[in-house]
Design a protein around this ligand. Structure first.
Ligand code: SF4
Length: 462
């Protein structure tokens, strides 16, 4: 029987993909996955340090693993991800049973660290925590979807947002070579993948650290999108997360012109007030942010726009919070991830007074969520009766008589149907009947042989 591994993932899409890479490496070593931690020979916790709650949860989970290890001393426990990098000393001190600490830049060292842990138990070492390590070496990947794939294009972040723990966990920006990225996407397309999501903490900073091509052309994010667009007309392209500072007219025009690039932009706002943005060191103003959104909406009518926001950041006054509410009211996001600020150590704001009371943060968060939910419902309601190209991802978890998929605008759509008629990975034209906060219920019209062009989508929206 093959040895088994269990991976628990917290956090963002980058972490989800990092887990896919760790799973791929373990597969390569002859392991197989299990969904039951108690049955595993190797347990990896892939952690997130962006907020406080997952951090507390990790320590409580490690407490349970500690008991498991008592009954099975050969069990290998690893902590990977941002917390492994930032909290290594704390983890070592509080849970000495952890065998492997693996930072996000050092993933490709997993096989070597695993072998070492097997030969020298309880010898947590620093090999997996080198922040200067080149994060780009390719690894095998176990993809969690047969339709939609994540592709890393840039690692790390050169910004210093005062609330953010990511740079201390993921290091400075390093772009992958364009050839490697394009080869990976070509391979995915040949395997039948229909959608790729390009990943990077500042995904549109891609290429600024790369040499010019032999023909003198500059490699940047717009250039990369153009190359990917030429790979396969059936491929949809998404990306996350861009930074407003790396948005220029050329990029906006490329996004608008390239049929492969989906009509969805996730652009973190964080605050709608310039003073607060300044304290956050976000390096843009609300006016600049608005100009990007206006320009995108002008070039791509109907584009869906989503965002991230933090309430209750250090010193956030009622007036500043009102600026965020106003920005949400005016911009009308399709969806937003909204959080109450929690201080993270090693960040600049860690040293500042966390002076917005907990109750005030919760009240502001509730207000913002209520406003956003209202907007999202109204926006979805306005799209009822429209006809959309949906990429079928599988059967709905909640209702096996329905299939589920996403529009190019990244809206979830459920529709009655069977995989025999609408196979996973096919494009289906669906007319929406009912709108919800999370998306739509609709009715399939027909299989779409090729993805619809942007024009067809616009015309078919009622
Ligand atoms: Fe963190 Fe700011 Fe970098 Fe985003 S851009 S990862 S918020 S430091």
């Amino acid at each position: 029987m093959k040895p088994r591994y269990y991976i628990q993932t917290y956090g963002c899409q980058m972490n989800v993909h990092d887990s896919e890479r760790m799973a791929g490496m373990l597969d390569d070593l002859g392991y197989e996955p299990t969904a039951v931690a108690d049955e595993a020979h190797v347990i990896l916790m892939n952690t997130c340090a962006v907020r406080e709650r997952p951090e507390h949860k990790l320590y409580s989970e490690l407490g349970s693993l500690r008991k498991l290890k008592k009954s099975n001393p050969d069990l290998i426990i690893g902590v990977a991800g941002c917390m492994a990098q930032r909290e290594a000393d704390g983890i070592r001190a509080r849970v000495p049973e952890v065998d492997i600490l693996l930072g996000p830049r050092n993933l490709h060292h997993l096989p070597h660290l695993l072998r070492r842990a097997q030969s020298e138990h309880h010898n947590q070492n620093a090999d997996g925590l080198d922040l200067e390590c080149d994060p780009t070496p390719a690894t095998p990947v176990r993809r969690s979807s047969a339709v939609s794939a994540y592709v890393d294009i840039i690692f790390g972040c050169n910004f210093n947002c005062t609330y953010c723990a990511v740079p201390s966990a993921r290091g400075r920006e390093v772009s992958r070579s364009p050839q490697e990225v394009l080869d990976e996407i070509k391979q995915l397309s040949d395997l039948g993948y229909r959608e790729v999501t390009l990943l990077g903490q500042t995904v549109n900073a891609y290429g600024h650290d790369l040499e010019k091509l032999p023909d003198g052309s500059r490699v940047d994010f717009a250039w990369l999108l153009e190359q990917i667009n030429g790979i396969n007309s059936k491929l949809r392209v998404r990306f996350t997360s861009p930074h407003p500072m790396y948005f220029n007219q050329r990029l906006i025009e490329s996004i608008a012109a390239l049929p492969a690039v989906c009509e969805h932009l996730h652009l973190p706002l964080q605050s709608g007030d310039n003073e607060c943005l300044k304290r956050m060191k976000r390096t843009y103003t609300i006016e600049k942010y608005r100009r990007i959104i206006d320009s995108i909406r002008e070039k791509i009518p109907g584009v869906s726009v989503t965002t991230d926001a933090i309430v209750g950041f250090c010193g956030e006054s009622e007036e500043e919070f009102a600026g965020t509410l106003r920005a949400f009211e005016e911009i009308q996001f399709d969806q937003a991830y909204m959080f109450a600020y929690s201080p993270r150590h090693t960040t600049e704001a860690w040293e500042w007074a966390n002076d917005v009371p907990h109750e005030t943060k919760q009240r502001r968060l509730r207000e913002l969520i209520d406003l956003q939910n209202h907007t999202a419902r109204e926006k979805n309601r306005a799209l009822v009766g429209g006809s959309y190209e949906v990429l079928v991802e599988g059967v709905s978890d909640k209702d096996p008589t329905r299939l589920m998929g996403r529009t190019r605008g990244n809206k979830l759509v459920l529709f009655p149907g069977e995989s025999d008629n609408y196979p996973v990975g096919s494009f289906v034209e669906v007319v929406t009947h009912e709108a919800f906060l999370w998306g739509f219920v609709g009715e399939a019209q027909r299989l779409v042989a090729r993805p619809a062009s942007r024009k067809i989508i616009e015309l078919s929206v009622v």
